[in-house]
Design a protein around this ligand. Structure first.
Ligand SMILES: Nc1nc2c(c(=O)[nH]1)N[C@H]1C(S)=C(S)[C@@H](COP(=O)(O)O)O[C@H]1N2
Ligand SMILES: [Mo]
Length: 526
């Protein structure tokens, strides 16, 4: 076939290929945005950029013409414009490849710029546009290849096996494979786009709801962090973890998007009165604020699945007392809105420790991925047996009668946090000889850390200096000044708790009830 032949015929089909390809790209963009942040949606970011940067005359014209429907009008207008350009991309790609792909790339770049222009944008905001444009280009090229199948395929309706090769016959029909592929991609794009939009709308609802919340002042405030509690050494872990840096562990593929209106907690099972608490009722109850260090049972020796935050919430016991726990109930089986379950000993919730039904984290409403609007925090227990996020249901039951999510998968039913310690700095394993400030953290939640010792090359244990204790429910920093000599050296640390228990030195893997063993680091001293 001559290049000239390519340009003839099939123009509507090429336009259709452009529409389908760009539609698929937009759908993927919406789905990826839904997984990142509603504000990362290329379509709406571009719309928002138009609104933000439109000259006043344009804006006044729009409001004057469309009134309060100015935004839907804008999005519909954008849709029509994009459809025209998409059809043009299809035709351009067929006549002057890769012109159509280039135009799609330019629009991808506009999407990237608009998304990065959003307040609070992060680098991940580029992904919806980049992936969307990539999908659009791939689909467009695939469809156009099927449209001109280099004489391999007969047009629809042709009953000969041998391909007709005059242009007139060629333009009579479009390849069956093209029609199937275009239809298939279009159908898939509608599904992906609908799912993406649905998820985006849910996320946007939750984000808007969260932004409106004004947290109450606690009846019992968290004591301020004394200066000596955070040694503030470069490379060492900060005493309080910022929300964005806080480790995250859950089974949720898509974070549950609840609103405070959706939320309620049902308390039932072995109770005197079955009750249901709503958000407003919860927020009106006296609040307690505490610093508590959360730890994951999967945290291996030296691992970082541990962080410390200031939590605001209602003592869980207040709610249990309202329901009236019956004798014999020893397990609080909590369930999240996405069906994850957790079994907490009733005794750990009622023995006076600060077990909280939490609404605030470091002075903000709970971040969505940390359980918005309500989660549990119980000092001294691993997260899998205590820290239910998006919690909506409490059943009072017995360990003999019920099993929670991880217990049915081989983890222990009880999960008190094990005494442990970690070396955090220096982070660089190459150092020069002389005094090196080693530092790290140790934790024995709800018992408290009494001492940390350090040894070099399995020599004698030497006491490290401890940071000021904040509370027994939080981790405690330590430092040790080491006069390092040239060569390769192994540093180890070992904590002792306030009951005089020493950290178990023998290594055990996290499953079934938490790791043991000493953290060690090898430093090469020049
Ligand atoms: N709904 C729900 N809550 C959950 C989990 C979960 O998978 N789903 N994981 C738990 C585990 S194993 C841990 S360690 C903590 C982690 O809390 P974070 O993600 O806020 O750090 O949440 C707990 N709460
Ligand atoms: Mo965990």
């Amino acid at each position: 076939m001559t290049p000239d032949a390519r340009t003839r015929g099939h123009t509507p089909a090429a336009a259709l290929a452009g529409l389908v390809a760009v539609g698929a790209g937009l759908a993927v963009g919406e789905l990826v945005a839904a997984l990142i942040d509603p504000a990362a949606s290329p379509y709406f970011a571009v719309g928002a950029a138009v609104v933000d940067h439109a000259p006043t005359v344009g804006r006044e014209f729009a409001i004057g013409t469309f009134g309060t429907a100015d935004k839907p009008a804008l999005y519909i207008g954008m849709g029509v414009l994009i459809a025209i350009i998409a059809a043009g991309c299809g035709i351009a790609e067929r006549r002057r490849p890769p012109l159509g792909s280039v135009i799609i790339g330019v629009f991808g770049a506009i999407g990237v710029l608009a998304a990065l222009d959003r307040p609070d944008s992060r680098w991940t905001f580029v992904l919806p546009s980049v992936l969307g444009a990539a999908v659009a280009v791939v689909v467009l090229r695939m469809l156009l290849t099927l449209l001109d199948p280099t004489d391999r395929e007969a047009p629809v309706g042709a009953d000969t096996v041998s391909p007709p090769d005059d242009d007139a016959t060629r333009s009579q029909g479009v390849g069956r494979r093209f029609v199937l592929a275009a239809g298939g991609v279009a159908a898939l794009a509608v599904v992906v786009g609908t799912v993406g939009r649905r998820m985006l709308a849910d996320t946007a609802r939750t984000v808007a709801d969260r932004t409106r919340i004004v947290l109450p002042t606690p009846r019992s405030a968290a004591p301020p962090v004394p200066p000596g509690a955070d040694l503030d050494l470069p490379g060492a872990t900060p005493f309080v973890t910022a929300n964005d840096d806080f480790y995250r562990i859950d089974t949720a593929l898509q974070v549950p998007n609840l609103t405070t209106d959706d939320w309620s907690l049902r308390i039932h099972g072995l109770v005197d009165n079955e009750i249901r608490i709503g958000w407003d009722e919860l927020l009106a109850m006296p609040m307690t604020e505490r610093l508590v260090t959360l730890t994951c049972v999967s945290n291996d020796v030296g691992g970082d699945l541990i962080d410390n935050a200031r939590w605001l919430g209602v003592p869980m016991k207040t709610l249990l007392d309202r329901a009236g726990v019956q004798a014999g109930a020893d397990m609080l089986l909590s369930t999240s809105s996405d069906g994850w379950t957790c079994g907490t000993p009733v005794s750990a919730v009622t023995d006076g420790r600060d077990a909280l039904l939490v609404v605030g984290m470091n002075g903000e409403p709970l971040p969505v991925e940390h359980g918005f609007p309500v989660r549990q925090v119980v000092p001294g227990l691993y997260g899998y047996v205590s820290a239910t996020k998006w919690v909506v249901d409490w059943e009072l039951t017995r360990f003999a009668d019920a099993e929670a999510y991880w217990t049915t998968r081989g983890w222990s039913a009880l999960g008190p946090i094990k005494l442990a310690s970690r070396i955090d700095r220096p982070t660089d394993s190459r150092q020069s000889e002389g005094e090196i400030v080693l530092a790290g953290t140790a934790w024995a939640q709800h018992t408290g850390v009494a001492a940390v010792d350090v040894r070099i090359d399995e020599g004698p244990w030497q006491p490290a200096e401890l940071a000021t204790e904040y509370s027994v429910d939080t981790w405690r920093q330590w430092r040790y000044v080491w006069s390092a000599t040239p060569g390769e050296h192994t540093v180890e640390c070992r904590a002792t708790d306030q009951n005089g228990q020493q950290q178990v030195e023998a290594y055990a893997a996290p499953i079934p009830d938490g790791a043991t063993g000493l953290d060690s680091r090898i430093y090469t001293i020049d």
